[in-house]
Every structure is written in C-alpha cells, then in structure tokens.
Design a protein around this ligand. Structure first.
Ligand code: NAD
Length: 482
C-alpha cells in the first residue's frame, strides 16, 4: 500500500479497501501508481462529514471563500506544466493540451472566486401593503460531482469551483482511468483553510461507488458529465429522491463546410475539431457536412493534412495526436472503422492501429467519404480520431443533415457569408454554435451545454452555473404593525 494514492474523506487521506493500477496509454509499461478504491462505508463517512462542514462553510465570510478559490486557481495555473504533464501521462492527450487544460481549470476557480462576491438577490413590495419581499439564493447543501476521464481536471473544476463558491460541500467521484489528476487537484484543495469534510474525493468504479453516491438521499444536487447511457442511470437514481441534477453527455457534432468557405480555414477547423485529443471530446466534429461544389478539393486537402498528423507518445515533442485512452477505447475505435467499411464508407486514409516504439493504444486518424447520415457511424458518438464526410447539394440540405441527430451539443459552419452564418446560428439545434471555428474549444465565463440527448438541466459555467448550485428562497417580511 506504500505507493498508493488515497481517498480524501472527512478531511483525512484514507486508504481504500482495494486499489487499481493507473496505466499510461502512451506506454503501457509505465504504471503511474496504485489508486485506492473507496467503500460504501467511506462514502457514508464523507457524506456525513460534508453535511456538518457545509453548514460552517455557508456562514463563512465571502472574502474568505473567495480567497480559498483564488488560491486554488492560482496554484493550478502556476503549476500547469507539472500537473499538465501528469494529466497527459495518464490520459494520453498531447502535452500542450494537458498543460492548457490544467491552466484552464485554474481559471474556473479564479472566475468563480469573483462570482462569490456577485451573489445578490431581489426585493419586491408585496401586493399586500406594509409587507416586503426578499428573494435570495441559498446553497443546495451537499453536491455529488461525477466526472469523466477525457477532461479529468477541467470538467471537475468547472463543477467544484461553483459548488464551493455558492456555499456547498462536495463529494467528487472522478473516472477511474484518470485518478492521478483527481488526487493532484484534491491535494491542492486539501491544503486550503476550509472546514474538515467540506471537500471529499471518493475514487472507485462507476457502477459501485458512483451509483451509490447518485442514489444517496444525503446528496442535494448531482452534476454529472459522461456518456448518455450512464446519464440515464443518474437521472433514474436522482428521480427516486427528487434530487436536483444536471447531465452533460455525449454528442454527434456536425461541421458544415459551405461552397464559399476559405479552404485553409475549413481544413484547419475540421482537423482540430475532429482529431484534437484523439477525437475524445464531447465537442468533436466527427460529421463533416460538405457542399458538393467544394467536396473534392476539401477531401484532397483534408487527406494531405490528416495523413501528415504525427501520432505519438503524449509527452513527446511534436506529437499532435496521442493514443486512445485505453485498450477498450481503441477496440471500440477499430470496430467503428470496420463498421464504417461495412456500411459503405470509403477510407481515404488512416484508421489502422499503429505499433510505435513504446507499447500504447495508437491509431492513425482517419478520413472517410461516401457516407450518409443514416449510417451508425454518423449517428453514434465514436470518441475516435475519425471524421466522416457527408456530401450535400446545398445549404438547406446541410442544415437538415446537421440537425438530423439525437444529440445537440455543438454545431459548426465554415462560410464567408454573413447571412448564411446568421441563419445557421439561429437554426442549428444545438446548445453551442461555432462560425469559422472548430466545434471544440469554448470559453469559461459563458454558459456551456447542449440540447436533445446531449444535456439535461441547468447550464454549466459562467454565471448560469448558479442555477444548479443554489436554491431560491422568497421571504415575506411584515413590520408587525396592525
Ligand atoms: P462514463 O459515462 O463512462 O463515465 C462518466 C463517470 O460516470 C465516471 O466517473 C464513471 O466512473 C461514472 N459512472 C459510470 N457508471 C456509473 C453509474 N452507474 N453511476 C454513477 N456513476 C457512474 O463516461 P466516460 O467514458 O468517462 O466519458 C466519456 C463521455 O463523457 C462521452 O460520452 C463524452 O461525450 C462525455 N462528455 C461530455 C461532456 C459535456 O460537457 N457534454 C464533456 C466531457 C465528456
């Protein structure tokens, strides 16, 4: 148990009942460490401690709360190289992306540090003379945060920061594929001047500890980011206790490339959106909906660009595409490649497993053509470095295809036409729209979320985050005079 990283429960680092090995997907001989798995009893200890600590935190002065969040954010930003390297080592995204993610995660804390001081309410006169009304937000209580592996630090931070800013206690269940980043962030939070038990880390598998957490009546709100199927289980668990919840799930994001697109912009936007982080982004554009007039030129340029992408060890200089996160994810990617062929797509390039110097879950990014929007590869979230071109006759067909999906996180268009861009912005059935920008890549001070099967509940990020982490109280005050 000596090389084991532990859970953080009720203000102490606590050993688990078992542990798992954390394997570097760029080099499977590199074991990053052993990580404790929490039991139900550990979870209960965390929930009980959180309940007490939250009461103290909710009455802690605003400047004190603000200072805590500021310190967490500033430390993350100043240590983004070191922590980004750890993130890339365990998740597999190229080093620059890992460092960028940790820096961004720090910005969530500094942003919400400022939000601490912007908690204002409303007042009104009653319709009954002599009575005044005060409308204010109060914390929810204990918030369960269940996060995925693909943005292990940023996703968790955009939940933890507002949860703490608005006066809640937190129980965080990170993904088991990326526990080192979770322990690193927890270690920073553990050194802050906060009540014992306010912040708890419980590592373990989703179906065991995650499910028990979601089902607990001691939880007052749940923020979940992950897959659609698990999201449904969270929704069911929350419904049993009428626990407030929010889901941020998968997607099948379209990027429309119009005939008037700047070809350089189109290729760079499509490539970044489809292949960034090995395609393992909820915002990835795996559907490239391309006008027939520009189709052949676009495919040729994308072919050149995709074939030139350097796949390699996440920590190596020059790597543009890292490995898949796990053997299971790589198998799923290769299965989708076989399915694409069976469904009638033509493979322009890539899509095969790569054997590199170090043993890892490597795959060459793939460009596919000849597909249509009914194919499974164009309807299901792949989470793979695969982009499928769907040829369309005109803008109307492009918009129809873009919206013909069960999901609705991000839609993008590349065009020089302002009126087309505006029409698309207004008619895309998604929570976010990108014009001449990759579908992936959002800011931290504005709301983020989707429609249809991509999201449920209040938006995350920016000032909109308070909708999940607070509850409204309306008080009527009479002077007591007759
Ligand atoms: P996942 O659904 O497998 O797991 C997400 C988290 O839920 C993990 O911590 C996991 O352990 C836990 N979990 C699993 N089963 C559970 C259960 N029964 N009860 C409670 N918790 C459970 O997702 P993943 O593979 O970690 O992440 C990839 C998915 O996340 C993709 O679908 C991606 O699109 C989505 N995602 C969405 C956003 C967004 O903001 N919309 C952002 C990042 C990732």
């Amino acid at each position: 148990m000596s090389n084991q990283s532990n859970n953080f429960i009720a203000g102490d680092w606590v050993q688990g009942t078992s542990s798992i090995a954390n394997i570097n997907p760029s080099d499977t001989n590199d074991i990053i460490g052993q990580f404790a798995q929490a039991s139900n009893a550990h979870l209960d200890d965390a929930l009980n401690a959180a309940q007490i600590a939250q009461k103290e935190w909710a009455t802690t002065g605003l400047e004190q709360r603000q200072a805590v969040l500021m310190k967490i954010g500033e430390e993350m930003m100043s240590r983004s190289s070191e922590l980004g390297e750890l993130l890339s080592r365990e998740e597999g995204k190229p080093l620059a992306e890992g460092k960028g993610e940790v820096y961004r995660a720090g910005q969530f804390f500094t942003y919400f540090a400022a939000e601490v001081l912007r908690q204002t309410g409303d007042t009104a006169d009653s319709v009954r003379p002599g009575i005044e009304i005060d409308i204010r937000r109060e914390p929810m209580g204990t918030v369960a945060i269940i996060s995925p592996w693909n943005f292990p630090t940023a996703t968790a931070s955009w939940k933890i920061a507002p949860a703490l800013a608005f006066g809640n206690a937190v129980i965080w269940k990170p993904a088991n594929l990326t526990p080192a980043s979770a322990v690193a962030l927890t270690e920073i939070i553990s050194r802050q001047d906060i009540p014992k038990g306010l912040f708890n880390l419980v590592m373990g598998s989703g179906p065991s500890i995650g499910q028990t957490l979601a089902e607990s009546p001691k939880v007052h709100a749940i923020s979940f980011t992950g897959s659609y199927n698990v999201g449904l289980q969270i929704a069911n668990a929350a419904a049993k206790n009428l626990t407030k919840f929010q889901l941020e799930l998968g997607s099948k994001n379209p990027l429309v490339v119009m005939d008037d697109a700047d070809i350089e912009v189109a290729v760079s936007v499509a490539s970044a959106g489809a292949f960034g982080s090995t395609g393992q982004k909820c915002t990835a554009s795996s559907r490239l909906v391309v006008h027939e007039a520009i189709h052949d030129e676009f495919v040729e340029r994308m072919h050149q660009s995709t074939s030139a992408l350097k796949v390699g060890h996440a920590l190596e200089e020059g790597t543009q595409i890292g490995p898949a996160v796990s053997q299971q994810q790589l198998d799923s990617n290769l299965n989708y490649m076989s399915l694409a062929k069976e469904e009638g797509c033509e493979i322009v390039c890539g899509g095969h497993q790569l054997e590199l110097e170090k043993p890892g879950f490597y795959m060459q990014p793939s460009l596919l053509i000849g597909g249509n929007n009914s194919m499974r590869v164009n309807r299901e979230e792949l989470f793979a470095p695969m982009a499928c071109v769907i040829k369309v006759a005109d803008y109307d067909e492009a918009l129809t295809v873009a919206n013909d999906t069960d999901f609705g996180l991000v839609s993008g268009i590349v065009t020089k036409s302002l009126s087309r861009a505006n029409h698309f912005r207004r008619n895309a059935e998604s929570g976010c729209v990108m014009v001449n920008l990759p579908t992936a890549g959002t800011d931290y001070h504005v709301p983020f979320g989707g429609r249809k099967n991509s999201s449920f509940g209040p938006r995350e990020q920016g000032s909109y985050a308070k909708e999940l982490y607070t509850q409204v109280k309306t008080s009527y005050i009479s002077g007591g005079n007759p």
